[in-house]
Write a protein that binds this ligand. Sequence first.
Ligand SMILES: [Zn+2]
Length: 536
Amino acid sequence: MTSHPLRLSFHGAARTVTGSCMEFNHDVRRVLVDCGMFQGSRTLERLNYEPFAFHPREVDAVIVTHAHIDHSGLLPKLVAQGYNGPVWCTPPTRDLLEHMLADAGRLQESEAERHNRRRDRAGDEPFEPAYTAEDAKAAFARCRIVDLEEAFEPAPGFRARMWNAGHILGSASVELEAGGVRVLCSGDLGPDNKAFQRDPEGPGGFDHVICESTYGDRLRDPVTIAERRVLLQSEVEAALLRGGNLVIPVFALERTQELLLDLHYLLATGAIPNVPVFIDSPLAIKVTGVFARYAADLEDTAQANVFEHPSFHFVTDVAGSVALNAMSGAIIMAASGMCEGGRIRHHLLHNLHRRDSTVLFVGYQAQGSLGRVILEGAQRVRISGEDVRVRAQIRVIQSYSAHADQGELLDWIAARMPIAGSLFLDHGEAEAQETMRRELQRRHPDLQVRIPEIGEEYILPPGEPAMRSATGRTDLDQALGRDWQNAYAAFASSLKHDLARLESDREREKALAQMQQVLASYASHKERRARRSRRQ
Ligand SMILES: [Zn+2]
């Protein structure tokens, strides 16, 4: 081995699906692949406010696989903390980042404002946003574009190339070579039969491959675009029959445009009546503009501009959004896709309690997100401090995935063979990753499969399995799943309802007193332990 081996550290998206960030280290040079935000549970999101595990000034280059915030959302923080190198990405990724980062910056500022109003009242220290809209602009200014399959040198001693990942507009896998070691990072991989995007591509023959595993435990029936449109048509018809609105939580990037493509088709062919379609997301509207610019490069956009139709109404201002409250029998698409923020919460507030409304999920719902809670059948949820009874029809179409399923992931890995060293599975939750590992070991018994943890560092030798050189963080177990705050939210929102079901006020008082006792017993247990340890 050379005196300066190539090292790889995982700073996010390990045993979870957000916060993608890998650090490659060779000699004195550091290259990051992605610098994403953690999303999902509050404990996980707290990581966005922690210091980076490296010094931003000591990073030489960043390569961004695609514009999703969980892969790019901490770039503004990186730049604000002193990073002044290039952010390499494909041309569409740069155009998308302009809007995605600006939106993330505004969101940071407004979240901080909201927290601070509360903290001010409580007399707490002010809460600092992870970054500002100004930082987001500065990060965007660092973007340097490079076309797919074009070799470039992100830092001295590193060679890189990007390959179509087929996941969203501009998405890429990243090939890196340093110190005689050849590595490939999949980035997020798209499925076959994906609207707009060609199937993923890439060369074979690597020392080490890092592959995402979001849907490592899911095998989807292959659904063509035509078949998916039939599914959407029947959901729209059923929702119209119920009489209320069809509310669709969407990701502003790609899912919105895929739905517009399909709705355009259904409207144009008369498969569904001329129902008004509201796109209530300023970000989704800007992103749709980028798609329209690249329409010539996209698949399935042969017809006229698929993002324009007399039924499509793009809602930019708040007044227009509020006006939708009075609507019935409309299709309302709003972000965020997992219902964690944005205008969708407001539409859920107005539609979830209505029996005639329909909420249709068409995207991935991470553990701990409000979307996942609703999808799993919660009868009550808390939105903006209000207790909302779920009476609407909850529906789901699974086939809109932007991620490869297990079969497609295994095919992608097989096409990267031979892999002489290790295969790392990142960007997945525990069950998906273990299932993938089992399948991989069955198919490729000689391949070393690793499931890294956040904080782990590996030495990547040429032609041999990776060696772990630093262990991961032990404090994140709870963050990588449903944490106590989710359990608390579920408990608090059902408490009043559960109490109301008891027979009498006396029973209710008794139940409350017993709950108090349980809490007190935990407190006194702790005090007893403290007293004991003082005596010792
Ligand atoms: Zn993605």
